[in-house]
Design a protein around this ligand. Structure first.
Ligand SMILES: [Zn+2]
Length: 508
């Protein structure tokens, strides 16, 4: 097979060779370009291992533009991406109930019509997940999973300039619920795979596309289901790329790649207070409702400890460098010892959530009649713990803060996932993309205060990064789960270009 491989190389047309990159990576692409796509895989699977290892020993070279931009018809990729995203937005996948199946089938068709094997997995009636695999040269470096979710949060069309499920394309933007969260990013992943496939570029890894259902309602019919029922899909996985970060644009115009490597862990609890029911005309001194109010008062007085992890410390330092202050952010851990700074810093809810556990009362239920004392009243707390904090310890301290045997703590959701490492080939590959596509803006690992499907995969020891390769300004950020969600067509196409480059660097 080695000799026939050389034969193919010699017979290939010289104009397939990327002259900027006269290395074995270019040769792999040459082989796949020189053969019809069906044969490429067969030939590539039979590459001698010495060839593969020589490939990986070559240091990546820098180039000013996407590695294969010269081979990809970007005009056509752009038009298809816009059309696909518009149709995807028009399929209403508001969760609940989700109803992702028809959108999943549409994505599957796009893969199949481009010769990429794809399947829809039905997790429940009318709920669907799409999996598609772009085969690489083998499995030597492990599969890259590109993850997104099909469902969206509800959108009340009042307040929207264009209807949220119109998928309207207007003034260079695609409008509608999901444009940023998370249909636009899903289209970026899909079209990057299509672009690579059409250009005949054979990576050294498989790329697995996975668009899940039910993310916005906890993932039971989506990521949780697929991790539990289809572990085979993850058997060979090296890295997972999911939502959770983006290219953040600071008010001064400076940018950075914010890559989520960790998430706060949700611990949702219900406090159930009990007491004697009765008529409100003759109340006892303490009732379920008064007990609950006192418990909640004590809970709101809790002052969770400040704990600045090295990840968060580094994040503040590097963002301060970009935005030119505040100077205390250079060493936020020390600065937080000073009362004045601490008070100001913690008054920002995002800063506060980055350095401590939070406890937020949300649901409150008592009697449904003004004159009836209920036997039970309950409240729900949305607690978010820093990675590394122990939920059992936290629950103990919650119980002792409440200090009332007639207020029981029930756990509704307890999800603990570890952080992913920050020094990996994946992060280095992202740095190369930032270097070539975005003038070397920094790649900064961040901790997300929210949580995503990533937790299900991190719980299974997979390395997961949260990063959508699109620019998000503070204004655009407000539209996610808000009104007027939309994505610029340029932003969408640049996202596909970055994704193609990322996959090429990782598959080199
Ligand atoms: Zn999302």
């Amino acid at each position: 097979m080695a000799s026939s491989l050389r034969l193919h190389l010699r017979q290939a047309k010289p104009d397939y060779v990327d002259l900027r990159r006269n290395d074995s990576f270019a040769r792999i692409r040459l082989v796949s370009a020189a053969l019809c796509s069906g044969l490429a895989l067969i030939c590539a699977l039979a590459l001698p291992s010495s060839f593969a290892s020589r490939t990986s020993s070559n240091p990546p070279q820098s180039a000013p533009s996407p590695l294969s931009s010269d081979r990809i018809n970007w005009e056509s990729i752009k038009n298809e991406a816009v059309g696909l995203l518009s149709r995807y937005i028009q399929i209403n996948t508001t969760n609940p109930p989700g109803n992702e199946l028809s959108a999943a089938k549409m994505l599957r068709e796009k893969f199949l019509s481009n010769g990429i094997p794809a399947a829809v997995i039905e997790t429940a009636p009318n709920r669907g997940i799409v999996a598609a695999r772009l085969h690489g040269v083998g499995h030597n470096d492990g599969t890259i999973v590109l993850m997104s979710h099909i469902d969206v949060v509800p959108a009340d069309e009042r307040g929207w300039k264009l209807k949220p499920f119109s998928g309207a394309v207007k003034d260079g933007e695609v409008w509608g619920r999901g444009a940023l969260d998370d249909k636009g990013p899903g289209v970026i992943e899909l079209m990057a795979m299509v672009a690579l496939k059409r250009a005949g570029i054979l990576l050294k890894r498989d790329v697995l596309f996975l668009a899940t259902a039910d993310e916005e309602q906890g993932g039971r019919q989506g990521a949780e289901w697929v991790v539990g029922h289809r572990p085979d899909l993850f058997a060979d996985v090296r890295y997972v790329l999911n939502e959770g970060g983006a290219i953040r644009v600071l008010p001064n115009g400076r940018k950075y790649y914010a890559v989520s490597v960790a998430e706060k862990n949700p611990l949702w609890v219900r406090l159930v207070a009990s007491g004697n029911p009765g008529h409100a005309a003759t109340p006892e001194a303490e009732t379920a409702v008064t007990r609950l109010i006192q418990a909640l008062y004590r809970v709101t007085q809790m002052q969770p400890q400040i704990n600045v992890s090295p990840l968060v410390e580094d994040y503040f330092r590097r963002v301060a460098e970009l935005q030119g202050g505040p100077s205390q952010w250079a060493d936020v851990r020390s600065a937080l010892q000073q009362n004045e700074f601490r008070e100001k810093f913690l008054s920002n809810p995002v800063n506060n959530a980055m350095v401590r556990d939070t406890v937020t009362p949300t649901v409150l239920v008592g009697s449904d009649k003004t004159n009836v004392i209920p036997a039970n009243a309950y409240a729900e707390l949305d607690c978010r713990l820093l990675p590394g904090d122990n939920p059992t310890e936290f629950l103990k301290s919650l119980q002792s803060t409440i200090a009332d045997d007639q207020v029981k703590v029930q756990v509704l959701l307890n999800s603990v996932s570890p952080a992913s490492p920050t020094s990996t080939n994946f992060m280095k590959a992202l740095e190369q993309v930032a270097e070539r596509q975005d003038q070397g803006v920094p790649v900064i690992p961040v901790m997300s205060t929210g949580f995503t499907d990533s937790r299900y995969l991190r719980q299974h020891k997979l390395i997961v990064y949260g990063f959508n390769p699109i620019e998000i300004t503070p204004e655009l950020q407000q539209t996610i789960h808000g009104v007027n969600e939309r994505i610029g067509i340029d932003n969408l196409v640049r996202g596909i270009q970055r994704m193609v480059m990322l996959l090429e660097v990782l598959g080199d």
